[in-house]
Design a protein around this ligand. Sequence first.
Ligand SMILES: C[S@@+](CC[C@H](N)C(=O)[O-])C[C@H]1O[C@@H](n2cnc3c(N)ncnc32)[C@H](O)[C@@H]1O
Length: 264
Amino acid sequence: MLLESLEFLLTPTTPLARKYGFLYSSISLRHRYQRQKKSWLPHLKNCQDVFLETARSLPQRKSVVVMGSAHLHEIPLHLLMDNFDQVTLVDVIHPLKHHLQSKRYSRLKLVTLDLTTALDKLQDLNSLEDLNNLAKKLAGEQLFHFEADLIVSANLLSQLALLPLDAVEKKIKRNLELSEKDVICTQFAETHLKNLKACTGTKLIYSDREVIYRDKNGEVIYTGHYPVNFAGYQKLKEWNWMLAPLKEASKDYSIEMKIEAYKS
Ligand SMILES: C[S@@+](CC[C@H](N)C(=O)[O-])C[C@H]1O[C@@H](n2cnc3c(N)ncnc32)[C@H](O)[C@@H]1O
């Protein structure tokens, strides 16, 4: 408890990350990993396999950028450091341990960035139409640009629209319809893919593409999916990730994700 309070106090954060609860989410993600490490292992191994296969196919391995690095549960820091001379981690918040490691290793750089550029505009959204307009406007802009031998988008794609959707729901005081959410999720995801494609270097992206809820008997009770066009990307692999076995998120259902990995 004392350690957690210290972590909360000592982790460097931007006002934006604090405002939108990224520090809290980051610490709870680490706890969920500690609890579920065993059931997450096949997923983590798949992430490492696609990373290593892609890294080994490169003509040179000087630099790597990982967007949505979080705690690097999926591609551990030692794998990045062993395979590349320069490692850059990009996230809206970095855990304290990565700040300390970046002071220790000059080969490790942290970039703290909102990859959607939408977060500082959320307070101005008064309606779903405002959010649709913002998503359309951002689709025409360059939101980020990296140059590296390998650029990884690491389980980030499905997260990008969550806070904007949440902000609008709070403002209009109603839950959005799934179809309304899908339009926004698709737009944010495709803008991310477009920006990633324009980066210089080989790109690897993996992300959850479908969510599956099962009841106590293993029967599917809900599946969710929104369309994303991966044109120009080559599909490498897909697998299922048991994110929350029965009793982790609820005693009534488990939550599984279908993950897809692509390269360009
Ligand atoms: C599911 S986690 C990724 C897991 C991570 N790849 C790992 O190995 O543990 C998603 C990450 O995306 C980050 N994120 C969400 N929205 C973001 C944004 N707009 N800009 C940058 N990072 C964002 C979160 O802070 C979080 O660390």
